[in-house]
Ligand binder design. Structure first.
Ligand code: GDP
Ligand code: ZN
Length: 460
């Protein structure tokens, strides 16, 4: 249901603020073309064809002052992202000029868009579903090609299709329930119970498949929090330098990406690693010995993956053992470094001792670095990277709802086993259908929709 404010015309700068090149100010709504016309000199925009672009000047009508040269796109509803009239003003950029143009639009009848409001309109107007809306956000934030690929797949409706299939199965079964009830001469309850149990199990299996992708999906989206630990001088900085060398460091040049310089991201064979506390690694250079373990403790608490470096040319030290113990319950790769200095510790021996993935390297001589990279990739994309199935569950909202609907279906099966009457079991069965609908927004409550879209960046 649209509220009144959703009919007005919204505007925002939709390219990152402060970047060079071209900036885009975007408007959507009934008056978008009329408002643009008030500030544009060159052509009558209300007379032009849809999906055309026009050269001219942006002029402040009150002050009769030219602000900038511009290319203006006119896109009429309904074939637009929001299904409303859209005008995009491409200007020369620079924060002052871009802002000035935005202010002009606001002064001439547009309202400043809320974060995510363009995408929200696309959803409200039935152009996209919630999983697609979320994928718009993911594309904006995507940190690797793989992550972008998954988000694009989701935007194309992969997850949507899958969820709708599951809902259809439940619906078909519900329809049968009604038919069975209409023909009481059969042993209706028994037949219905059997169908409901079968469908529940079938949908649970499909939900499980999706949930298995959730971990990888989350990693793709957020980056795998990775801690590099090891005693002083073992090669941590060298590894960090290797990973952050230019061809691996992730340059996020997607519009709207927030550049949080405190986090260093690298891509290893398509796995985005978010390196934790890299400052800590550098710091240890200046300080003495023991600080390694203390500092590691904090980094370890946040880590999804630990790269534990150990000097291969010596026996395990006290500190090595301590770090092995501290990381025992973590997903970890033990890197036996400095193999070029002779190998006292072997891969097999350490594997035997720890039960972990172990690789031996020389970071200095760049030996076996590919093995380490392969290991990182293998650990997290077993079966995923090579499958054609690009459907990944990428966030907690989706995961939470999948788990909820799974539980409802498990309750159905349990109830029917306990010979609870079918029409009682049917309540949870219908509940699962609704819960699945919340994932796509087919049955999403309003607050959820609002909360979701408020996470977007401005201008999206
Ligand atoms: P950190 O204290 O753990 O960060 O260790 P650094 O990366 O600063 O390395 C300490 C020293 O070991 C430096 O002189 C590195 O060049 C050297 N180093 C790092 N990796 C290797 C290796 O694989 N073989 C050898 N021989 N030296 C290494
Ligand atoms: Zn160092």
């Amino acid at each position: 249901v649209r509220t009144l404010t959703e009919f007005d015309t919204i505007a925002a700068i939709s390219t990152p603020i402060g970047e060079g090149g071209i900036s885009i100010v975007r408007m959507s709504g009934e008056d978008a073309i009329k408002i643009a016309n008030r500030v544009f000199k060159g052509k009558d925009l209300e007379a032009v064809d849809s999906h055309t672009i026009h050269y001219g000047h942006i002029v402040d009508p009150a002050k009769k002052m030219t602000i900038d040269e511009a290319m203006v796109s006119v896109l009429r509803a309904p074939k637009t992202f929001t299904r409303e009239d859209i005008v995009e003003i491409n200007c020369h950029g620079g924060i002052v000029v871009t802002n000035h143009i935005l202010q002009l639009l606001l002064a001439n009848g547009a309202r400043m868009a809320d974060p995510g409001e363009f995408t929200k309109r696309a959803f409200v107007n039935g152009r996209i579903d919630l999983t697609q809306a979320e994928s718009v956000m993911d594309i904006v934030r995507a940190k690797t090609d793989k992550a972008r690929q998954v988000a694009v797949g989701q935007l194309a409706g992969g997850l949507l299709t899958k969820i709708r299939q599951m809902r259809q199965e439940i619906l078909d079964t519900l329809a049968n329930v009604e038919v069975n009830i209409d023909y009481p001469e059969y042993d209706a309850d028994q037949i219905t119970a059997k169908q409901m149990t079968e469908t529940s199990q079938k949908v649970i299996d499909q939900i499980d498949q999706l949930l298995q992708t959730a971990q990888e999906g989350t990693i793709l989206r957020n980056g795998l929090a990775t801690a590099i630990v090891g005693q002083p001088n073992v090669g941590k900085s060298s590894l960090l330098n290797y990973l952050t060398q230019s061809d691996k460091a992730i340059v996020t040049d997607v519009a709207g990406t927030t550049r949080d310089t405190l986090e260093e991201y690298v891509s290893v064979r398509g796995v985005p690693l978010k390196l934790i506390d890299t400052a800590g690694i550098h710091d240890t250079e200046d300080k003495v010995e023991k600080i390694g373990v203390e500092r590691s403790q904090k980094a370890l608490s946040q880590a999804d993956l630990v790269l534990l470096l150990i000097d291969a040319s010596h026996d395990l030290t006290e500190e090595d053992r301590k770090l092995l113990e501290m990381t025992a319950d973590k997903k970890r790769i033990i890197v036996l470094n400095k193999m070029d200095l002779g190998q006292v510790l072997t891969v097999d021996a350490v594997k035997e001792l720890t039960g972990s993935e172990v690789v031996t390297t020389s970071i200095l001589k760049q030996k076996n670095m590919a093995d380490l990279e392969d290991m990182i990739k293998k650990l997290f994309f077993a079966g995923i990277e090579n499958s054609n199935d690009q459907i990944l569950v990428t966030n907690q909202r989706q995961t939470g709802l999948l788990n909820k609907s799974k539980q409802e279906l498990l309750d159905v099966i349990k109830a029917l086993e306990d010979e609870v009457p079918v029409d009682i079991a049917q309540i949870d069965f219908t509940g699962a259908w609704e819960t699945l609908g919340e994932i796509t927004g087919d049955s999403a409550p309003d607050e959820l929709v609002n909360a979701l879209f408020s996470q977007f960046c401005l201008g999206k």
